[in-house]
Design a protein around this ligand. Sequence first.
Ligand code: ADP
Length: 549
Amino acid sequence: MLSTMQDVPLTVTRILNHGATVHGTSQVTTWTGESEPQRRSFREIGARAAQLAHALREDLGVGEDERVATFMWNNAEHVEAYFAVPCMGAVLHTLNLRLPAEQLTWIVGHAADRVIIVNGSLLGLIAPLLDRMPSVEHLVVSGPGDRSLLDGARARVHEYEDLIAAKPTDYDWPELDERRAAAMCYTSGTTGDPKGVVYSHRSIYLHSMQVNMSQSMGLTDADTSLVVVPQFHVNAWGLPHATFMTGVGMLMPDRFLQPAPLAEMIEAERPSHAAAVPTIWQGLLAELTAKPRDVSCMHQVTIGGAACPPSLMEAFDRLGVRVCHAWGMTETSPLGTVSRPPAHTIGTDEEFAYRLTQGRFPAGVEGRLIGPDGSRLPWDGESAGELEVRGPWIAGSYYGGAGGEDIRPEDKFSADGWLKTGDVGVISADGFLTLTDRAKDVIKSGGEWISSVDLENALMSHPDVAEAAVVAVPDEKWGERPLATVVLKEEATADYAALRDFLATRVAKWQLPERWAFVAAVPKTSVGKFDKKVLRRQYAHGELDVTRI
Ligand code: ADP
């Protein structure tokens, strides 16, 4: 028997309509680098999204399911595209600004993007590539930047504001099937070729509800979120959609992502929440050490995308800012786990250890650990295996390209449909996930596994260490051994022996690296994570100045 409930599709359009009316006065504030930021209400965003949809349909001929790409910073216009494109029945494809040219042109071709909405300040990056993007027919340019860079471009060039100016501020949005594609994002390819993940209206709707739950981000219309995580990095972790459900204000940094302007905007706009990968916060901490400012307005900072070093969490605690650690992937929309310690541990010695874990699965995400022999492992806090997840906002396949079938590689999806995350860890009896590594980053030394993350965390708790990345390198005797690459803070005095002695107080002796290299910076991926592929390559090519101790 079926229910008597209304079968209302869960669509991005419903999120937009809700935000633009019920929370119409909430604001998107975009940093401009000038004396005043740009402020736009959710009501105005809704009206301009309708105008943009008219322009895309009537002037550019964007049809159903067609991909409309964005090559943009986090800003109000990008939020407008976030709603206009899916709500009109097309598919928003956010392009990663920091990808190497070959990957970017490959992705645009694979998705068959015909329109790209681009920020003027990014024309220098995209203009030289247009000849290698034959599918692109229209460029819609928004915000300041040198338009002459597009002189002679094959694609037609439009000004965003001119295009939408005379259009009606409402749109007769179609009623869409909730399972239809709303947005897509390619994985950043840290561990291989980029793969297209396509989100549905339904997955975005349900994910947004979970983001808003108090055990996840739990923000309300009293909050403003500083959205540092790029809108091209898994939909800015769902924040633009989630905030339209609850009326949370958004503070958008646009291109001002360096530590100094970030500190400045926190001081000026006093956001109560912020979200970004650890490297951004390491940079901000260094800035705050050099030039102290009050950032305690940020009651909560969501850190994810890579493991949060304990030293980072402690440093933020000292500043009166509470870090909430979360784990996710492009394939998981991204909310996969969130670390909210159990109520009975709050205020006890146990609390900090819980906060450092990747956290618990929220309702809607199921997780299991699979051992090397394919067996399902118990949640006992000790049995380490690969994490697999499933749920309504978890990918079940990858985009196969225009006209192609979706693909389900065996190393990414189990026979019964779960996503193989490639992350290795343990789950405690009370459901807290602790990741020890990526399967590909684990150091296999003489039949034992060494966690690169444990070594990095231990090293980064040394007062002289700014950053540390540990990778596996081939070793004749042990198969693999850890190589520690370390960025020292300015005026630091520690040498390799001192760091090794320090590590010896924190990890087992057999895990101590013999190979050490001081580096000026740890190479980063396009979304700001340590790029271990590059480090391994540098080592293999003899490009690192390695000392054995
Ligand atoms: P890419 O795989 O290209 O880096 P994603 O952003 O999808 O792109 O990365 C997802 C991966 O990032 C996860 O599989 C995991 O390895 C890592 N990750 C994300 N959050 C955390 C976290 N809190 N702790 C440890 N690793 C994390």
